[in-house]
Write a protein that binds this ligand. Structure first.
Ligand code: COA
Length: 343
């Protein structure tokens, strides 16, 4: 028999709703139906864990899901919701771990720790300064789990369902702000997936890290748009690797302090659409910056980069070939075309 592959983490989307609902039902009952199924438990689990309930939460603007998956099987998930911290926590941008669920069969393998760490990284990317959660006082494993991961017990609260109240313990831990970047870029305004792939060992790119880095970028963009100053613009950079996008951002950022830059390979309309929708929700006008360097120049610049930052050459050629020029019809206020000699 083949040895089982390692579980991977990835952001979840609406198509995951049925599997999330079933997984959550199983974990909820294992954890809370300790004496069997009462009517209140049955109603609560059916309401909270239905496919419709998960579909709604997966589509909600300030809620993010990360799942642990192996070969198409979900093993656990974390649900993180951005919002202000409630009393008794000090006011300020925060994120709540609404649910951290791992199937009992896979508990004790480190998945809970991995999911929680990734949720904390996502919270930091989204500008939260604190992560908090509440756990039922009868849930001994959870009460022991969080303090061992840096969480302080900060008080109690009641969780009410189906007319009953259950005492919960509130835990919280501060989240370190994203460190300033060596190139001077503000990580909450110059948003680039590469920034989340950097590690003390250099840039570390895997499909898992890449997918999570994009999720962090979306959280960062949401936070930046929500706190945008009146008159601020969102600049969406369009162009292949080596087309001069980041250099343009660095020059522009110095002269336009309130501006937000989304600096990624947004060569396809389908990649730009959710970013334009997020900007429209916050009424921040979006400008496309189309960096038009020729393929030969992109390839040469890419090859000259530090070894850990070089993109796969065929991948770069594919990106170049897939480019769909930005158009006003997508919702841009205007389009800035940047020629190679200007970058
Ligand atoms: C609490 C929970 C998220 C932890 O997830 P996990 O994948 O088991 O977490 P990890 O494997 O990273 O760590 C579990 C810890 O329990 C210990 N452990 C030992 N045996 C274990 C077992 N049979 N089952 C679970 N944990 C076990 C692990 O060694 C580890 O100890 P540590 O804290 O000293 O490192 C998970 O058990 C769960 O989903 N519980 C039910 C739902 C819940 O209570 N969620 C939290 C409230 S929302």
């Amino acid at each position: 028999m083949q040895p089982a592959s390692a579980p991977v983490l990835r952001p979840a989307g609406v198509p995951d709703a049925p599997r999330l609902g079933v997984l959550a039902t199983q974990v909820f009952l294992d954890t809370y139906a300790t004496e069997g199924i009462r009517a209140a438990i049955a109603h609560e689990v059916l309401a909270l864990c239905s496919t419709d309930a998960f579909t709604a939460r997966l589509a909600a603007a300030r809620t993010h899901f990360i799942v642990a998956e192996r070969e198409g099987h979900l093993l656990g998930f974390v649900e993180l919701r951005f919002g202000d911290a409630p009393a008794p926590l000090p006011a300020g941008p925060a994120a709540e771990v609404v649910r951290l669920y791992v199937l009992a069969r896979f508990a004790g393998c480190g998945l809970g720790t991995r999911l929680l760490a990734q949720a904390e990284a996502l919270a930091a990317a989204g500008g939260a300064t604190r992560v908090w959660l509440s756990a039922w006082i009868g849930n001994a494993r959870a009460l022991a789990f969080y303090p061992r991961r840096g969480y302080d017990s900060v008080g109690t609260t009641d969780y009410a369902f189906q007319g009953e109240r259950f005492e919960n313990r509130v835990f919280a831990r501060p989240v370190a702000a994203l460190p300033p970047r060596a190139d001077g870029a503000d990580p909450l305004r110059h948003i680039n997936p590469d920034h989340f792939l950097d590690s003390p060992q250099g840039r570390l790119t895997t499909p898992e890290r890449n997918a999570l880095a994009w999720q962090q970028c979306h959280a960062a963009l949401d936070a930046a748009l929500r706190s945008a100053a009146p008159g601020a613009r969102l600049y969406l950079m369009v162009g292949a690797q080596g087309a001069g996008k980041s250099a343009w951002v660095r020059r522009r950022a110095a002269g336009e302090p309130g501006a937000i830059f989304f600096d990624a390979i947004l060569v396809q309309r389908i990649e730009r659409a959710p970013l334009l929708a997020a900007a429209a929700r916050q009424r921040v006008p979006a400008v496309a910056v189309w960096c038009r360097a020729p393929l030969a120049l992109c390839l040469a610049r890419n090859a000259a980069r530090p070894a850990d930052e070089i993109a796969d050459e065929q991948g770069l050629r594919n990106v170049f070939a897939a480019l769909q020029p930005p158009s006003l019809g997508e919702g841009f206020e205007r389009i800035v075309e940047v020629d190679a000699d200007a970058t």
